[in-house]
Every structure is written in structure tokens, then in C-alpha cells.
Design a protein around this ligand. Structure first.
Ligand SMILES: *Cc1c(COP(=O)(O)O)cnc(C)c1O
Length: 461
């Protein structure tokens, strides 16, 4: 009997024109490399990595259209025509009024935090992000998490784990007063929750509430198109709307945005601050020349801005997102078939393995996610990263943050790897899972002051 097809597979809406050859390594080579890197996958040489799922940031494959635009970059110091193309794309696809380019997302976060946050301010947000929170803190603010409880529960199958709990926000407003809240920071497809979307219904309620209290919404729009795709797939009333239209609707409910173009926008470097506010725009134009560069390049080459302009357009294409999110879904399904505990629902930019459930015999002080990431690398050359206690860092008083989620992130670069690569990743994780009881934890032997996950070093216990 021929097998019956139950479902048509996702597949890429593109084909390959160029390939990059990879170095294949042996286990002894990888064990040595991992030890030399202090068991921190960030410190590995990428040459020693076979499948690199460290991040989806700046690791995207550009299209032929982007590369051809790249060649037309106008590298003038001021008034570059490439800037105007990027500005036009941002206005057209995101709808914001003013644009200030920055070298990447954190450049925009720095400008925005300095402009809007005063010492003693409170910045509520739907879960923290590493650089975002740090810039808020450096500007004198305190981040308060107002995401729904389900987001902290790797087992909850809530379809919109990026949603804000309005009761939590209300409690913050009551406690501190709206005047102490310069804005609410809303991330689309919340990175730290596992690439989980916020619904338009929730965002509309938030908009109503914040308008009543005179509070702005700033949009961390790094993965807005992926969020829009989930809204199209899951939110009642949006099945027939395009990703493009949903992206515009999301942006229209916010007052400004910081963007890391290295994610959604399909480039290798770049970012911007966008705003509808004359004051923020004026201040940002003043500050950008201090930290980034002229207002028409902000730390970017003209060719980067050309590639961003084309990448934004490609990113809001329905077929692109179906394949993008479809590939992540495929890897997640394979992991689940092997019994590997992952965060559900499967998110937009990667698979998040629950290291607490994977290595229940390790305490959080023994860095289970850091340990697991190093084991997977040694098994197969697949590079993942920690998103747990190491990433969470320390509180201003010096104690560790102990996040509920202790995850290993398998982030999928856009348009880079094939389905067979995904099979290798799932099979390797399954093999480590089979011998999980024998895996020992680690201790931290070097800890940098800021964003320690990038450079911390460990030793096996
Ligand atoms: C990557 C990222 C940032 C920071 O952007 P960079 O380009 O890395 O500086 C901010 N917020 C979120 C949600 C991100 O994923």
C-alpha cells in the first residue's frame, strides 16, 4: 500500500546559488576545542563548528536581490541615497514616521534609554532581553516583568505566551505611579520566552490601558514579522490577512521601536530607532552622532542600508515566513519524537530545550543549560547557547538572578540550513539525551562584569 499523504510539507521558496563548505571534525577535536573555550559555546572558533545554531542574529543568508542592492550602496558620508531607500522601506512596511539608523539593535536601545529613562524610572516589559534591560539599567531605570505567568512555564501551551498580564501592569502603575513609567517595552515574538508571540487582541488592550494613563509603548520589533505570522496562523480573525498587513497593524499600536535588523530583516548587520514622536526624534538625532555616526548612516555602510531595505520587504512575505517558521517547527517535532523536553508551543526562531527537565540531577548553580550546550557541541559539532542562569546575570545587589527558564537555545538562521541539517541536530540531541544521567555539571571560573554569558569560562565538576 502506498503511504497516504496527510499533510503537504513546508519547503523553501528559494533555491541555492552558492554554498559555503564546512569543516567536519572528530569527537576528540571537539572535546579539545570545547575545553579550550572554557565550555562556553560563544568562545568556540566558528571554524570548528559544523551546524551553527548559536544565534539567528546576523547569520541570515541574503538573497540575490539583496546582494545586487548591496553593490549599489552609496557610501557618501552624508545624505546617502541608500539611507533614503531604507527609510522608505521602514515607513512603508512598519509605518513609523521617523527613522534613525544605528549599527545594530543595542545602539538604538542605548539612544532610546538615554532619551526616555530618568533615574528611578520603572520600565515594564513582556520579559527582559539582555541588552535591552542593561541599557534601561545603565540609564537609571529598573525593569519589571509583566509578561503572563504562562511565559515562564515551559510546559504551558498558551498560543500567545508573549502576552502582557494587564493586572501585573496595573499593580506597577498603582505602586509607582504612571509618571515614573516612561514607557512599556513590548517585544514581538519574545526572544527570552522561546520566540513566543503577543496577540493583537492583547496589544490592543494594552494600548487602551496605556493611553488612559499617558504611557508610551516602545516596540522591540526585532522579530515582528515572525510574530505576525503566528497571529495569522492562530488569532481568530486574522487567517485571511497577510503578514505584511499584520506587521503594519502591530506597529500602529506602538509609539516607536528599536530594531535589530540582524534578525527579521535578513541582513548580517544593522538596526534603527523608529519613532512617531517629534521630541524623541530630535533627541535621537542629537545623540546618534555621538555614539553611532551621522543621521543618514548611524554606523552602517550604505550597502548595509541597501540590503536592509530589500530584506524588510522579503521578510514580510507570507511564503518566506511559512518556510522560516516551518523549518523551526520541523526541528521541534523531531525533538519531540525523541522525547527531548522542549518549550511549547514551538517558537518562531528556534527550539528551546528545557535543561532543568533534561538534566534534573543538576542544580541551577551547576549551570545545566551551559553544560548541555557544551555536551551537544562535543557530540556533533552543533553549536547552541545557554539561556538560563548565566544569561540572566546578577542583580544590581550582586546576587544571581535565578530565572525559571533554564534553556538551551537552538536558534535557526534564516535561509541557511537544510532539512537534513535539522535531522542531524535532532539526532545528536537525542543521543545526548540517552546518556543524560552520566552528565556532570560545571562551575564558573571566570565571570566578566557585563553580559557574562558572552565571555564567562567554566570547568567540569
Ligand atoms: C538581538 C536582540 C536585541 C539587540 O539587538 P542587537 O542587534 O544584537 O544589538 C534586542 N532585542 C531583542 C529581542 C533581540 O533579539
Amino acid at each position: 500500500m502506498p503511504r497516504k499523504i496527510e499533510r503537504r510539507s513546508w519547503a523553501e521558496p528559494y533555491k541555492m546559488k552558492m554554498v559555503e563548505l564546512l569543516k567536519m571534525t572528530t569527537r576528540p577535536q571537539r572535546v579539545k576545542a570545547m575545553r579550550e573555550a572554557g565550555y562556553n559555546t560563544f568562545l568556540l572558533n566558528s571554524e570548528d563548528v559544523y551546524i551553527d545554531l548559536l544565534t539567528d542574529s546576523g547569520t541570515n543568508a541574503m538573497s540575490d536581490m539583496q546582494w545586487s542592492a548591496f553593490m549599489t550602496g552609496d557610501e557618501s558620508y552624508s545624505g546617502s541615497k541608500s539611507y533614503f531607500k531604507m527609510e522608505k522601506a521602514i515607513k512603508q512596511y512598519y509605518g513609523y514616521k521617523y527613522v534613525v539608523p544605528t549599527h545594530q539593535g543595542r545602539g538604538a536601545e542605548n539612544l532610546l534609554s538615554q532619551i526616555l529613562i530618568k533615574k528611578g524610572d520603572i520600565v515594564p516589559g513582556n520579559m527582559y532581553f539582555t541588552t535591552t534591560r542593561l541599557h534601561q539599567e545603565l540609564a537609571g531605570g529598573t525593569f519589571v516583568d509583566i509578561i503572563i505567568d504562562e511565559a515562564h512555564d515551559p510546559l504551558s501551551e498558551h498560543p500567545f505566551k508573549g502576552n502582557v498580564d494587564l493586572n501585573k501592569l496595573e499593580a506597577v502603575v498603582k505602586k509607582h505611579g504612571a509618571a515614573k513609567i516612561p514607557y512599556v517595552c513590548i517585544a514581538t515574538n519574545v526572544n527570552m520566552a522561546g520566540g513566543q508571540p503577543i496577540s493583537l487582541d492583547n496589544l490592543k488592550q494594552l494600548r487602551k490601558y496605556t493611553q488612559e494613563h499617558g504611557i508610551k509603548i516602545i516596540h522591540d520589533m526585532t522579530r515582528v514579522a515572525e510574530n505576525a505570522y503566528f497571529i495569522q496562523q492562530r488569532e481568530p480573525g486574522y487567517a485571511n490577512k497577510s503578514v505584511k498587513d499584520i506587521v503594519l497593524e502591530i506597529c500602529s499600536l506602538t509609539d516607536g521601536a528599536t530594531m535589530s535588523a540582524k534578525k527579521d530583516a535578513l541582513v548580517n548587520i544593522g538596526g534603527f530607532l523608529a519613532t512617531n514622536d517629534d521630541f524623541v526624534y530630535e533627541e535621537a538625532r542629537n545623540l546618534v552622532v555621538v555614539y553611532e555616526g551621522m543621521t543618514t548612516y548611524g554606523g552602517l555602510a550604505g550597502r548595509d542600508m541597501e540590503a536592509i531595505a530589500v530584506g524588510i520587504k522579503e521578510s514580510v512575505d507570507d511564503n518566506h515566513q511559512a518556510a522560516r517558521v516551518g523549518q523551526v517547527e520541523y526541528l521541534g517535532q523531531r525533538m519531540m519524537e525523541f522525547g527531548v523536553p522542549i518549550v511549547k508551543p514551538i517558537g518562531g526562531h528556534g527550539i528551546f530545550v528545557d535543561a532543568k527537565a533534561f538534566l534534573p540531577h543538576l542544580s541551577q548553580d551547576q549551570f545545566p543549560a551551559q553544560t548541555l550546550a557544551s555536551e551537544i557541541y562535543m557530540d556533533s559539532g552543533v553549536r547552541t547557547m545557554e539561556r538560563g542562569i548565566v544569561s540572566a546575570g546578577r542583580k544590581p545587589n550582586g546576587e544571581h538572578y535565578y530565572p525559571n527558564l533554564e534553556l538551551v537555545r537552538f536558534t535557526i538562521p534564516r535561509r541557511v540550513y537544510t532539512q537534513a541539517h535539522m535531522d542531524v541536530v535532532a539526532e545528536s540531541t537525542a543521543m545526548v539525551f540517552d546518556r543524560r544521567k552520566k552528565i556532570k555539571g560545571m562551575k564558573m571560573v571566570y565571570e566578566p562584569k557585563y553580559l557574562r554569558f558572552f565571555q564567562a569560562r567554566f570547568e567540569k565538576l
